[in-house]
Design a protein around this ligand. Structure first.
Ligand SMILES: *Cc1c(COP(=O)(O)O)cnc(C)c1O
Length: 456
């Protein structure tokens, strides 16, 4: 671990001054698990009116995905069953809940439900929402501008050889820890685009191999995510035919993620799960740069207002959004500034500097952020495999400790009381967002599970 010398200033302030202003920084800098409740949280109704992204834009994004559905069903056979809609199921995990109750000695109030974005078709992670959506936006924009497409056309025409050749004159670039690169690469290549993915050091080899098989150019960096993104942005700026998917600032990505909330509303209704004042919904969202969990949380607040309570979950070694929000410094601050190394086995969450866009959107909407140790992710991974026969990648388990933190931790218990929620907890739904895993090769998955078992 890196160390910040006592005398070095952090963003112009001494270490003591930071610790005095934010005592939680002591544990954060020592990479101990923490639970932070957001003092900036405000009532949803008034707040949502003041934010720079609006409800109508989520509806537009949803409509755009419907326009593309027939096309998607044609290019991805896996989408035929859902007529081109990329969606994942929800699943109550009663056995896992029993197992965790037993282990913690706490009977969780309410029910534990997983949102299986791990099993999203096409690219097997939450990035199949934002990443694919942004490629579609770009393709649609180019084709409309060129007069090759009209909004009321059958979008399957985009799969014609001459349109693919047209897309082939354009390049899409992205910086990624792996999963965003997979989504952009798979979708971009399917449309005929040239794609370059700038991969950070954390990216798994199989993700790079899979992309290269699809004809995607993969550039590898010996640096972390933020620098891979910067390199991608620079390369793209130098090429007029190149479009950069900016994971740190993209509104399109954000909206693609947000559409999840509209679909979830239908799924919960269909499953007979109520959400209202007396039946609160808690969402626990694994967080890297913030776009995925931010977009989903924003959508959920639009749908459920003050009856949904969103928490982000970050690795103890990558508390990017936590630092951004807690210090109010947003994207100006990084984990490394505070001597935290951003080294984690949760590769999808290995981000040191948060998205400024997401920090600003979440400041009044997010209930809190908690951090999780890698070892706990692996233990949960093995336990979920054992109890539910569900296989997730380590990042995707970060949401799982959330419900038990709410029951166990002093400050969380007090927060529930202050929010007037304590009396309704027996009716609560704890929605743990399982963000990835179904594309992990079997051998890798076996190694993850083994590592988890050894830690139990
Ligand atoms: C990318 C990713 C996340 C977090 O999304 P961000 O937009 O980076 O915050 C969570 N889980 C998995 C598996 C991911 O790939």
């Amino acid at each position: 671990m890196e160390h910040v010398s006592d005398k070095a200033l952090i963003l112009g302030k001494s270490r003591e001054a930071w610790l005095k202003a934010y005592p939680l920084l002591g544990d954060i800098m020592a990479t101990k698990p923490v639970n932070w409740l957001n003092p900036g949280l405000q009532g949803a109704e008034d707040t949502l009116k003041t934010l720079p992204i609006h409800r109508e834009e989520i509806l537009e994004a949803s409509k755009r995905l419907e326009r593309f559905a027939a096309y998607l069903a044609q290019v991805f056979p896996a989408l035929q069953e859902t007529q081109g809609i990329i969606e994942s199921p929800i699943r109550p995990v009663v056995k896992m809940q029993q197992r965790l109750d037993q282990q913690t000695g706490i009977a969780l109030k309410g029910s534990l439900v997983l949102k299986l974005d791990s099993h999203l078709p096409v690219s097997g992670s939450i990035k199949a929402r934002g990443g694919i959506y942004e490629v579609l936006v770009h393709g649609e924009t180019l084709a409309l501008e060129d007069g090759r497409l009209h909004l009321e056309d059958d979008y399957r025409l985009l799969d014609a050889p001459e349109v693919r050749r047209f897309f082939g004159k354009h390049r899409i670039e992205v910086g990624s820890t792996g999963n965003l690169g997979l989504s952009i690469g798979i979708m971009g290549a399917a449309m005929g685009f040239q794609v370059t993915v700038h991969m950070s050091q954390d990216a798994r080899q199989w993700k790079k191999d899979l992309l290269r098989e699809k004809g995607v150019e993969v550039k590898e960096y010996a640096t972390d995510y933020s620098l891979a993104v910067a390199a991608g942005r620079k390369a793209s700026e130098d090429d007029p035919a190149s479009y950069f998917v900016d994971d740190e600032n993209s509104k399109s990505l954000f909206l693609g993620y947000a559409v999840a909330a509209l679909r979830l509303q239908r799924q919960l209704k269909a499953s007979g799960i109520e959400v209202n004042r007396e039946h609160p919904l808690f969402a626990y969202l694994p967080c890297g740069v913030g776009g995925g969990p931010g977009g989903v949380a924003f959508g959920l607040k639009q749908v459920y207002g003050d009856n949904v309570h969103c928490f982000f979950a970050e690795p103890t070694h990558s508390p990017a959004v936590l630092l951004g929000l807690m210090t109010g410094e947003m994207e100006e601050v990084s984990a490394q500034d505070f001597g935290v190394d951003n080294v984690t086995a949760a590769d999808g969450l290995a981000v040191g500097r948060p998205s400024g866009l997401v920090c600003r959107m979440m400041k009044p909407l997010l209930a809190g952020v908690y951090t999780v140790e890698d070892e706990q992710l692996f233990r949960l991974l093995a336990q979920l495999d054992e109890t539910e026969n569900l296989q997730l990648e380590p990042s995707a388990l970060a949401g799982m400790p959330g419900p038990y933190r709410l029951m166990q931790e002093e400050n969380m218990i007090q927060w529930l009381e202050e929010q007037g929620l304590t009396q309704y907890m027996n009716n609560a739904t704890h929605l743990v967002w399982a963000t990835g895993g179904s594309m992990v090769p079997e051998k890798e998955m076996d190694a993850y599970i083994l590592r988890g078992r050894e830690l139990l």
